[in-house]
Design a protein around this ligand. Structure first.
Ligand code: WT7
Length: 631
């Protein structure tokens, strides 16, 4: 790479260009826009289909687009089965390291056996095509087996992040009406055991649909198992039903693959649905073109499979592309801040994909922890989850990548399935910009009249086209999908992601952040409404407003304005109690940074809390237009 000081841009070396899967952006971009359906049909040809599609996209039920209509495909056929008849069969599919130093590896051949066993066990428990299975697990290989096992038999997985509380878990189990839950006794985090089974036990108490809980043994600590409901995976695995041979179901391109809950402007999390066909094509293509992935690569996406990043770019797309994935169970700084760098060196990782929060967290320990290790295997770096500040970008580039690796800053969402705005290894980079629209995408930044803003002016980010990775909708709530993403630009038919952004004179897109009631904390997505309802569920609180304020490590931190019940007195103890209460109700990631006790909240005449005003006040900034504020 070389740096052009005048332009503030980083240019790829000949080396990078020569080995890149895609050598040029502009021409292919133009082609993909002018021939969008053709472009996606060509990409779909990279995959195995039981039956080819009749129509690239069926738009008869907007905005519920049906990609590759009429096609028959199963993502597992592409991620696993098709590798078994090639030389890939014997190469590693998964390398896993536990926080406590345990190591396990699986070839594609072995991975297929594990998935098939798991799939047969699920079948024996009565799981059928279309059933939704909830998965609540630590980062262990069985989490991946469980996901793929569901997909293999045409069942739907709903993975819930292992850091969520039992209440959050049960809310998701109930919405999905899961009969079967898959978990583990626990996982290791910072040398301690996260007691997942105890949380599942509590959640299941509140979830009447659950009949079967399958538990994988990871930590070996004592857990409560209920007769006729709880089964140890290692017991089931030894029964004759757990045959390592299982046919992959011929699912329809528009059959549901998974459900993943994410936060929005309303209190209830939304179950975003993704289907086998379009999702396979979109994730595989973006992963191949942007991460330039090759079968000989060892690729590490350091996200948890419990989030969309883990689904799309840890599990599915790198396996579809036949690479070796690396997975790590625990904390990045355990037992020392060189844990990640040691593993990259040890396993010869070629591509690292992580978040700005993780980078900032490791950056604060200084360069020497990194420099102790030979990271020359790294070829490409990635970032996702929130805007990356140029300081963190430069550290990642210089210290981790040794000024050799392009950084793919990828902007996307749970809803989009895969990268929407991102560079390619061959295009010049500007630190802090997610660069350009991915192929097929027309992306703009508009003002309140829906016109393009001038270069470098802030506005609303919109996506003007459709793409195969787009979510198939919100589970059991058609209208909410329409209202949340398509209402605002109904006339134009544009997708509204809820972010604000700028575009500079070179066409580089700079995402600023959420412009709705969503807060990004350490890259995690939380709804202000969920945080606020957690607060008012405490007997001392009558009303609350949550806002994000900038935080050095987390990007944003949650600050809460709370109105207390008559007679309650603000105190340091109460502040701590309320913080703990939110963490208990939602999970530790939602714990507020600060609680500000207040007598009233600024509201519009229609009664909506003006969070923008609270934010400005808290930062000592101009409060802006107050004409809609109630007297
Ligand atoms: C929101 C979506 C998609 C995987 C992880 C998050 C923010 C995501 C970037 C980026 C600036 C980003 C946006 C977006 N975001 N990536 N590279 N630069 N902002 O998925 O939890 O659905 O959150 O994350 O605000 O709307 P998610």
């Amino acid at each position: 790479m070389s740096f052009d000081e005048k332009k503030g841009m980083y240019f790829p070396s000949e080396d990078i260009i020569n080995q890149s899967n895609v050598k040029e952006y502009e021409k292919l971009y133009k082609y993909s826009i002018e021939n969008r359906e053709q472009f996606w049909a060509e990409q779909a040809e990279h995959l195995d289909w039981f039956k080819k599609w009749d129509k690239v996209v069926d738009e008869s039920d907007k905005p519920f687009y049906k990609w590759f209509q009429g096609g028959k495909i199963n993502i597992v056929q592409n991620a696993v089965d098709r590798h078994l008849t090639t030389a890939n069969r014997n190469k590693l599919a998964i390398i896993w390291e536990g926080e406590n130093g345990d190591i396990r590896t699986y070839s594609y051949h072995a991975l297929n056996r594990e998935i098939s066993k798991f799939a047969n066990i699920l079948k024996s428990m009565g799981v059928k095509k279309g059933d939704i299975v909830t998965i609540y697990m630590p980062q262990i290989p069985e989490q991946v087996f469980a996901m793929l096992a569901c997909a293999k038999i045409g069942a739907v997985h709903s993975v819930v992040y292992g850091g969520f509380s039992h209440e959050a878990l049960s809310e998701r189990i109930k919405d999905a009406e899961s009969r079967v839950v898959i978990t583990a006794d626990g996982g290791f985090r910072r040398g301690k055991i996260a007691d997942l089974k105890a949380i599942v036990n509590q959640a299941v108490e509140l979830s009447p649909t659950v009949e079967v809980v399958i538990t994988v043994k990871r930590t070996g600590h004592e857990v409560y198992m209920e007769n006729d409901r709880d089964y140890w995976y290692h017991d089931l695995e030894n029964l004759p039903i757990a045959s390592p041979i299982c046919e992959t179901e011929e699912t329809d391109a528009n059959d549901m693959l998974f459900l993943l809950y994410t936060s929005g402007s309303t209190g209830k999390p939304k179950g975003m649905m993704h289907n086998h066909g379009g999702y396979s094509v979109y994730t595989a293509t973006t992963n191949r073109m942007v991460f330039d992935i090759k079968p000989e690569d060892r690729y590490w996406c350091a996200a948890d499979p419990g989030w969309i990043t883990g689904h799309s770019y840890l599990v599915y797309s790198p396996l579809i592309n036949g690479a070796t994935i690396f997975m790590y169970e625990g904390a990045p700084n355990h037992p020392y801040p060189n844990r990640w760098w040691r593993m990259i060196e040890k396993y010869g990782i070629n591509i690292l994909y992580t978040s700005p929060t993780a980078i900032r967290g490791l950056m604060r320990y200084g360069d020497s922890w990194v420099k102790r290790h030979d990271l020359s295997s790294l070829r490409l770096l990635g970032s996702v989850g929130e805007p990356i500040n140029p300081e963190a970008w430069k550290w990642y580039y210089k210290v981790v990548g040794n000024e050799k690796c392009p950084i793919m800053d990828t902007w996307w969402q749970t809803e989009t399935g895969g990268f929407m705005i991102c560079p390619l290894p061959v295009i010049p980079l500007k630190p802090g910009s997610a660069s350009k629209p991915f192929f097929g995408n027309e992306i703009a930044v508009v003002d309140d009249n829906h016109n393009d803003v001038k270069p470098n002016e802030e506005g609303t980010l919109v996506i003007k086209n459709i793409w195969p990775g787009l979510s198939a909708g919100i589970y059991k709530d058609r209208q909410k999908f329409i209202d949340t993403y398509w209402k605002k630009f109904e006339k134009e038919g544009w997708y509204h992601p809820g972010d604000s952004a700028k575009i500079d004179e070179d066409g580089y897109i700079w995402v600023i952040g959420r412009s709705d009631d969503v807060i990004k904390v350490s890259g995690y997505r939380l709804g202000t409404a969920e945080i606020e309802s957690a607060l008012v569920s405490h007997p001392m609180v009558v009303e609350a407003a949550a806002i994000p304020l900038p935080h050095k490590l987390k990007g944003n931190a949650i600050h809460v304005f709370a109105i207390l019940k008559e007679g309650a007195t603000p105190s340091r103890e109460l502040e701590n109690e309320l913080k703990d209460h939110v963490a208990k109700v939602m999970g530790p990631i939602a714990k507020p940074e600060e609680i500000i006790f207040s007598d009233s909240l600024p509201k519009t005449r229609s009664g909506k809390i003006m969070r923008r005003v609270l934010k400005a006040r808290a930062q000592g900034l101009d409060e802006g237009d107050l004409s809609t504020m109630e007297e």
